[in-house]
Ligand binder design. Sequence first.
Ligand code: MN3
Length: 243
Amino acid sequence: MTESRRSFLKATALTTAGAALSVAFDAAASAADDKLAAASRLTDAEGQYALPPLPYEYKALEPVIDEATVRLHHDVHHKAYVDGANAALKRLAAARADGDFALVKHWSRELSFHGSGHVLHTLYWTSLTPTPGGEPKGELREAIAADFGDLARLKAHLIKATVAVEASGWGVLAYNALDRRLTVLQAEKHQDLTVWGAIPLLVIDVWEHAYYLKYQSKRADYVVAVWDILDWTAAGRRFEAAR
Ligand code: MN3
C-alpha cells in the first residue's frame, strides 16, 4: 500500500461521522489538521448538511479580506446555501413519499444550486490561509509543471479566468479524474460550466459579496490579492486524495 493510499484511508476513517471533502491527513495529525478536517466537513452526525466552522478567526485573513466580509460571507451567505440544500432534500424526500413529482424540476435545481454553493464555500474557506506556506510542493508541483508549464503560467491563467467569470461565480483549479489532468475552470453561479469528473482542488469566490465591502467593483484587485493567501498545502492534500 502506498503512503498516499494509506493517508486517504486514514482520511476516510476520520470522516465517518460526516461527509467531508477529500483532505488526506498524516497519521500524526496536528491541531492544524484537525481544524482543517472540521472545516472540510459538509454534514453533521445525522447526515444533514451543516455549516462547518472556519479554520481560523474571522479577522485572520486581513488585510486581504476584511473581518466584516468574512462574517457576512460565512455566517449569512454560506449558511443560506446549507439551509437551502437541506430544504431541497426534505422536499424531494416528501415528493418520493407522496408520489407527487409536480415540482421535481424546481427542487432538483434548488439542490444543485444550494448544494454546490455549500461545497464551493467549504472549499473556499479551506483554500485560503492566514499562514501561506509558499508554493505548491510534491506531486501537485510536478502536475502543475506538466499541465501548465510552471506556477507563473497557472497564476496568470487562474487569475484571468477568475476575473473574467460572467456575473457571479468562481475560479476553480480542478483535477479531472477522467483524463488525469489539472485544469482551470470557471463556474457560473455555483453549478454551471463544470466538467463531469473534475474534482475541485482550490477555488476563488467572485460573487460580489466576497469582495464588495473592501474592493467595491475592483474584482481584479481582490483576485490578485487572494493569490497571496492561497493554501497550497490543503490543495496538495486534496490532489493526493483525488489521485
Ligand atoms: Mn460566496
